[in-house]
Design a protein around this ligand. Structure first.
Ligand SMILES: NC(=O)c1ccc[n+]([C@@H]2O[C@H](COP(=O)([O-])OP(=O)(O)OC[C@H]3O[C@@H](n4cnc5c(N)ncnc54)[C@H](O)[C@@H]3O)[C@@H](O)[C@H]2O)c1
Length: 261
């Protein structure tokens, strides 16, 4: 299937590592011009250099997205380099375990890390997105549906992201801009692997998690998330907007009876 994404300009927040890296690689493989916005300088520079060496158009913006000025740089540099924005992928974030025991300041910091930049970048990109009939794809979390415990900030931020998916789908529909969210549950990334390996009896813990995933009793791959994000950004999903789509092997919704044995 030709996704008709050739030369589209795509910003991927957190695009240097994990799921974001897979998203960046997927868009680049479709001939898109990719902008990786990430706080991790080394990984971002290395990824963009690799993509450029392979003939892709790519740009790295070192950005701590909690800061408004960094968001501004991401938008300005993208327009300067590539002339506009077609796709905005809000992927940056992470479960920072800010639970009920933590201070309101810590809670706000978690919101800043996981949600505030989603608003700020969308606010700043909207003019260009409207001019090019662009689209927005978010990367959410199943924590919104299931809860997890000890992670109030992250849960609130990702819940906000789901709400904004509907809100912005309405706001931006008159401009032909679609807004959707892809929801992962358990995705195998280098960071996840490092965390698991730091635990005692990590093999056992891994097996326990895999048992909870109905389809094939395995983790979702980053590439499986990236494929859905890329499809949703393409005009092959031209009448899909305001949707929250689970790429999770059935983890979030399927009958627990199936995974309890
Ligand atoms: N891995 C999973 O199982 C899983 C499950 C549910 C949801 N998610 C979501 O998927 C997205 C990607 O997660 P991942 O597992 O690939 O994480 P990751 O930590 O491997 O990669 C995320 C990247 O984003 C960057 N980043 C995070 N916050 C940033 C900020 N404020 N400014 C700049 N850069 C920032 C990090 O430095 C990192 O390079 C996140 O939004 C996460 O909440 C992941």
């Amino acid at each position: 299937m030709d996704l008709h994404l050739q030369d589209k300009v795509v910003i991927i927040t957190g695009g240097a590592k994990g799921i974001g890296e897979a998203i960046t690689r997927c868009f680049a493989s479709e001939g898109c011009r990719v902008v990786v916005a990430n706080r991790s300088t080394e990984a971002g520079i290395a990824l963009v250099a690799e993509l450029k060496a392979a003939g892709a158009a790519a740009h790295f913006v070192q950005a701590e997205l909690r800061e408004e000025a960094a968001c501004r740089r991401v938008i300005d540099e993208t327009i300067e380099q590539f002339g506009g924005i077609d796709v905005l992928v809000h992927n940056a974030g992470g479960n920072d375990a800010v639970g009920l025991d933590r201070s309101p300041d810590d809670f706000m910091r978690s919101i800043e890390n996981n949600l505030l930049h989603v608003y700020t970048l969308t606010h700043m990109a909207q003019e260009s997105l409207k001019a090019r009939k662009g689209c927005i794809v978010n990367v959410g979390s199943k924590v919104v549906d299931t809860g997890q415990g000890h992670t109030s900030g992250y849960a609130a931020a990702k819940g906000g992201m789901n709400a904004l998916t509907r809100e912005w789908a309405v706001d931006l529909a008159p401009h032909g801009i679609r807004v959707n969210t892809v929801v992962p549950a358990e995705v195998w990334t280098p960071m996840y692997e490092r965390w698991l390996n730091s635990l005692e009896r990590s093999a056992e813990v891994r097996k326990g998690i895999e048992q909870l995933i109905p389809l094939e009793r395995r983790f979702t791959t980053s590439e499986e998330i990236a494929d859905t994000v890329t499809f949703l950004a393409s005009d092959r999903s031209s009448h899909t907007t305001g949707q929250i789509i689970y790429v999770d092997g059935g983890y979030t919704h399927l009958d627990r009876a199936f995974t309890s044995t």
